[in-house]
Design a protein around this ligand. Structure first.
Ligand code: HEC
Length: 187
């Protein structure tokens, strides 16, 4: 009888600890965007960002030549860190995916949706200035661009020419247009 009870208790213990380890969230501090970067500072596009990176938010750009949806994803834990510390953690990766749009009259009204990726912009937070001589690194970030005709080929040559001019209005928020990302604010 005693043995049976002991067995039941240890079984329950096993069941409880197994359940616990299954619900435990994956450690977020292990994420390091520099895993995407080689020794020379070339930035690789994160292949699995649609599965692993939460959406930070989106911008819709109305343009007579064709409307666009911009969806920005961030590496795991980025928003949580930002809310706590008011800045992006070293090694944070942001991916902005630019889509065209389609629209139709739906039960909500004239509904527009993202359709067909055009380009991907990638940024890697670099607090330490790892690549001082590399024209794709500076102002606290690595900057990269990929186009859908060759999705894995990085095509930006100089962030000062290709990126910075357009990001000057966001200088006060570390070059990032944070106003479009409600998840960075209070819950
Ligand atoms: C034509 C102007 C323009 C150029 C050129 C440009 N950006 Fe941006 N970028 C913006 C604007 C404006 C936003 C936010 C609003 C939006 O997406 O429409 C943005 C957003 C982003 C985001 C999402 C985070 C954020 O700041 O909101 C990333 C990542 C990004 N840009 C990277 C780059 C990189 C890397 C380059 C150069 C290869 C680049 N951008 C060139 C204007 C530009």
């Amino acid at each position: 009888m005693m043995d049976f009870r002991l067995a039941m208790v240890s079984l329950m213990f096993v069941a409880l600890t197994t359940a616990h380890s299954q619900t435990e969230p994956q450690s977020k501090s292990t994420f390091n965007g520099f895993d995407l970067v080689d020794k020379a500072g070339n930035i690789g596009k994160p292949k699995d960002f649609r599965d692993r990176y939460p959406t930070l938010g989106s911008y819709m750009v109305l343009d007579p030549k064709g409307n666009q949806m911009h969806i920005t994803y961030s590496s795991p834990g980025a928003a949580e860190y930002y809310r706590k510390n008011g800045k992006f953690a070293d090694g944070t990766v942001l991916v902005k995916e630019v889509f065209g749009t389609e629209h139709a009259q739906m039960t909500t009204g004239d509904a527009n949706w993202a359709s067909g990726t055009k380009v991907w912009f990638v940024m890697v937070k670099d607090e330490k200035g790892h690549f001082p001589g590399n024209p794709l690194w500076g102002n606290g970030w690595g900057w990269a661009l990929y186009k859908s005709d060759a999705p894995d080929k990085q095509v930006a040559t100089d962030f000062k020419k290709d990126c910075l001019g357009c990001h000057i209005p966001a200088k006060g928020t570390d070059w990032i247009y944070v106003q479009g990302y409600p998840v960075l604010g209070a819950k």
